[in-house]
Design a protein around this ligand. Sequence first.
Ligand code: UTP
Length: 308
Amino acid sequence: MKVRKAIFPIAGLGTRFLPATKALPKEMLPVVDKPLIQYAVEEAYAAGIRQMIFVTGRTKRAVEDHFDTAYELETELQLQEKSDFLSLVQSIKPRDMECIYIRQSRALGLGHAILCAQNIIDEEPFAVLLADDLFMGPSPVLTQILEQFNHYQSSIVAVQTISQEDTFLYGIISGDVIDTRTTVVKHIVEKPAPDVAPSNTAVAGRYIFTPAIFEEIAKQSSGVNGEIQLTDAMFSLLSREKLYAYHFEGKRYDCGTKLGLLKATIDLAEQHPDIGPSLRRWLREKTTNNRSQLLFKQENKKKDCMIT
Ligand code: UTP
């Protein structure tokens, strides 16, 4: 079974970034100079996938425009002989990449969004990438789990160890460890409280599923937050086929939160060839200034204590 298609569910409301996401898709928020969705699409492309399926909603037109030809812009760049920018713009959608858009008319949950793509996927295994999870590492995370899928030929999800107090933010798995990176999942639960969580191993936003997942999603009623949860469907999948969890190599940025997006922006900007050196200098100066201000305040406090 070869993975040829990827689903990008991008129909969520993005409430944690309001007001920025009132009219702008969360997935179009930039990390340095590239929108989140482009990082995810590039990751899928690097893994050999050529058919990209976007499950979109009413405010997500900008994503379609981003992966379409920008005729006026390209003509202008040609006239101005800005060939670097022209090839940058044209490289967003390589010629052999196909983009398909389907609408999820109401944000009924991640599971429901994936179900919307069932007719396009048909009877093939497929990848799911959540663009608000951004990964940096030695090799793209989707490629890492794809290698495992090719070996096991069964559904697989990327996971990472998190601190116990954060379990309420993620899907949490537990199961039988088969090697340092791989676990056969026996239990999976959405956003459990830290004291009842089965482990501190959290699902990260990269999955490969066999088509069996569609039937399991279709059986689900609303779960946590009143949404049709992918996690619940993954739990019922366990009774019919093996689900593997793979501890990916690399770093994850949860860009669905303001802090995660800022951390990703700073880390990637520090490595950026144009702005990296100036940003690092500015960060050093800022840290030194903050430290001097702190020392100054501590000294003054000491003096005040001695006077009184
Ligand atoms: P999130 O849980 O991050 O939800 O969805 P959200 O709506 O995007 O953001 P908040 O929580 O309101 O701030 C995870 C992924 O699933 C997609 C989102 O677009 C995001 O990529 N999603 C979620 C859908 O496509 N449809 C849904 O009904 C829900």
